[in-house]
Write a protein that binds this ligand. Structure first.
Ligand SMILES: CC(C)(COP(=O)(O)OP(=O)(O)OC[C@H]1O[C@@H](n2cnc3c(N)ncnc32)[C@H](O)[C@@H]1OP(=O)(O)O)[C@@H](O)C(=O)NCCC(=O)NCCS
Length: 108
């Protein structure tokens, strides 16, 4: 019905050549992708997937969302993740704006 994929211990900013600078720690995680089957959208699964990652990892959790993806922005905000940066990047040949979210947790 849905999945979430997470990089652990890898600096996603360097790996994805993103035009932002963060103080990435080895204990931090990055939500690389997530999806909920359209038949099950709007029932809280997406919110629960992010909650699971935040509560089962030790460091900060980061995530990047297209600024037009309102359901995704909402589930990050419901998990009290905060916008720390907004940047533009070419995506399938088109310049788009993305939001970098960070969980509220302190790094260990
Ligand atoms: C983003 C996604 C994972 C959300 O999953 P979900 O299980 O539907 O999420 P939830 O049910 O927990 O919450 C969705 C929220 O967005 C809201 N929402 C849905 N469509 C919306 C819209 N067009 N505008 C604003 N809010 C919207 C819902 O009302 C809900 O908020 P609420 O609980 O306050 O009512 C799912 O829509 C999805 O798989 N999308 C396609 C892939 C994708 O975009 N992945 C994220 C990449 S970062």
């Amino acid at each position: 019905m849905g999945y979430i994929t997470v990089y652990k211990n890898k600096n996603f900013i360097e790996r994805e050549h993103l035009p932002v600078d963060i103080d990435f720690k080895n204990s931090d995680s990055y939500i690389w992708n997530m999806c909920v089957d359209s038949k099950h959208e709007g029932k809280g699964a997406g919110t629960s997937l992010i909650d699971y990652v935040i509560n089962n990892t030790s460091g900060n959790v980061y995530s990047i969302v297209n600024e037009t993806n309102l359901p995704s922005i909402k589930i990050h905000q419901k998990n009290k993740m905060q916008e720390i940066n907004r940047f533009q990047k070419s995506h399938i040949g088109k310049l788009e704006t993305f939001i970098l979210f960070k969980s509220n947790k302190k790094s260990c």
